[in-house]
Design a protein around this ligand. Structure first.
Ligand SMILES: *[C@@H]1O[C@H](CO)[C@@H](O)[C@H](O)[C@H]1NC(C)=O
Ligand SMILES: *[C@@H]1O[C@H](CO)[C@@H](O)[C@H](O)[C@H]1NC(C)=O
Ligand SMILES: *[C@@H]1O[C@H](CO)[C@@H](O)[C@H](O)[C@H]1NC(C)=O
Length: 403
């Protein structure tokens, strides 16, 4: 008996549910969609185009790929239009003022991306239901992940700003049939999640008609968060520069200069690889950072050459003369200094008398050896020149001979 009672109860209960559904929204659906032709555009015989209001709600910026030249965003598009065939009086239907209908059962515009990077897909592929208001207004909010093309300008990398956009077109319809209209000045960002690498600076919108197609454009202005790059690449490079100069502090005869400067040179090469792996391999225009890194690398190569020449001079046989070019370079670089000294010395005639005596003692290419007493009257700058004159004794000899 219990089982029979239970079966009767379940049957009656399900009947009740079915009756309630039939008298509620379902009947409204069947009335509205009975003779509805989903392929026919609303207002098919009107002279003015069907206006569709478009807004874009961006929820996140998933990826900006400079190498591939793409931007991946996630969001949904809110489309609003009026379909006069879908109207009813709420008071005739128990006060129901809006219903949901599967998007394949009513006419929806086929909206596609105008600048896709992956493939052209219709926004309607997920069959997101539409909301129909009693006065025929239809609100449809399909969402998707949008892969769009974006041209990157990496001249200022890593302090660059990028301007990318999403364009939506009502693909098969011409502008005189379906017109997309953006009324807002910017993209809506109520659910926007910040991206770790890029910050969203500004957004703007634009309506345009091109090739008799109506296009809605949503522009995003992004700036790169460069802290990561500054700490991991720029600061190490600057420190390496200082290290490179320090090579001349290492004693020449310790033989460590070569290995030190090669290490610094290789470090620059590593950073060059790191940077060029991260930016598009384009030359129009090339990143400033690449030029800068190349300059540093070239500087490091010069230091390397300098060190190699120094060492080869240090260990060459004493009997061999210094190569003519090197000698000229040294004489030229010393000449201006010595000229200065001469000018100052001519002003101090009295003290020079003693120097004349010393000058006669000077002998050939050897460094000058002065008696202890004459050092007192020797002018300061000339004494400095003397201490540096090991390389170029002849220069000083000339100075002294002219006195
Ligand atoms: C019909 O839809 C309205 C609003 O959409 C809702 O309030 C009402 O409960 C629905 N009726 C039924 C029977 O589901
Ligand atoms: C339809 O009704 C909604 C909600 O009441 C209103 O916002 C909208 O302006 C109406 N549309 C028309 C075309 O009357
Ligand atoms: C955002 O972009 C719009 C349109 O380009 C511009 O008028 C506005 O000044 C910009 N706002 C900021 C904060 O840059």
């Amino acid at each position: 008996m219990e089982i029979i009672k239970w079966i009767v109860f379940v049957t009656l209960h399900s009947l009740r549910i079915r009756i309630a559904v039939a008298t509620g929204n379902t009947s409204l659906h069947s009335i509205l969609l009975e003779d509805y032709e989903p392929d026919a555009r609303p207002c098919g015989h009107c002279t003015s185009p069907l206006a569709i209001s478009v807004s874009f709600y961006m929820t996140s910026l998933l990826d900006l790929d400079e190498l591939a030249g793409t931007m991946v965003t996630m969001g949904y598009v809110k489309l609003i239009w009026v379909d006069e065939r879908l109207t009813w009086r709420p008071q005739d239907h128990g006060g129901v003022s809006s219903i949901f209908v599967a998007s394949k059962r009513v006419w929806v515009p086929s909206i596609t991306l105008g600048n896709p990077s992956l493939k052209v897909t219709d926004l309607n592929k997920d069959m997101c239901p539409v909301r129909v208001l009693y006065n025929g207004t239809i609100i449809w909010m399909p969402g998707d992940v949008f892969h769009t093309r974006c041209d990157y300008d990496i001249y200022n990398y890593p302090f660059d700003h990028q301007y990318c956009y999403l364009a939506f077109v009502a693909w098969p319809y011409l502008a005189n049939e379906v017109m997309l209209v953006i009324q807002d000045k910017e993209i809506y960002l109520p659910f926007y999640q910040e991206n770790g690498e890029w910050s969203l600076v500004n957004t703007s919108t634009r309506n345009r008609v091109e090739l008799s197609m109506s296009i809605s454009e949503f522009n995003v202005h992004l700036s790169r968060r460069s802290e990561f790059f500054v700490v991991n690449v720029i600061l190490p490079i600057v420190l390496l520069c200082f290290l490179d100069c320090l090579v001349f502090l290492i004693p020449l005869d310790s033989g460590e200069r070569i290995s030190y400067s090669i290490t610094v040179l290789l470090s620059f090469a590593v950073f060059m690889t790191l940077v060029s792996d991260n930016i598009p391999k384009t030359s129009a225009p090339m990143s400033l950072l690449c030029y800068y890194l190349f300059l540093l690398f070239a500087g490091s190569v010069l230091v390397m050459i300098n060190v190699a020449v120094n060492i080869s001079l240090l260990y060459r046989e004493q009997s061999k003369p210094i190569p003519g070019i090197l000698r000229k370079v040294v004489i030229l670089s010393r000449k201006s200094k010595i000229d200065n000294i001469e000018k100052r010395n001519t002003k101090k005639d009295e003290t020079m008398k003693e120097v004349d005596v010393v000058g006669e003692d000077v002998n050939g290419d050897h460094a000058i050896e002065l008696p202890e007493s004459s050092k007192v009257v020797f002018p300061d700058d000339l004494r400095k020149a003397k201490s540096k004159s090991a390389l170029d004794g002849r220069g000083l000899k000339n100075v002294c001979a002219e006195r």
